[in-house]
Design a protein. Sequence first.
Length: 62
Amino acid sequence: MPDRGLWSYKEIAAHIRVQPDTVRSYRKHGLLPPPDVTEGGKPFWYPHTIEAWVSRRPGNRR
C-alpha cells in the first residue's frame, strides 16, 4: 500500500475538481507529470508534484 502522502488519480481529481477518468486521460495524453512512485502497476504522485503541475497548467484559475 502506498504512503498516505501520495496521491492517486482519485486524490488528484478531487484536488482539481474533475473525474478520475479525466486525470487518467491527462496521463494517457502526456499532460500529467510522470508518477513519483509506481506500486503494483499503479501510479502515485506527491502532492507537491501535482500542486506544481496545477500552477503551470493552462487555464489554471487558482
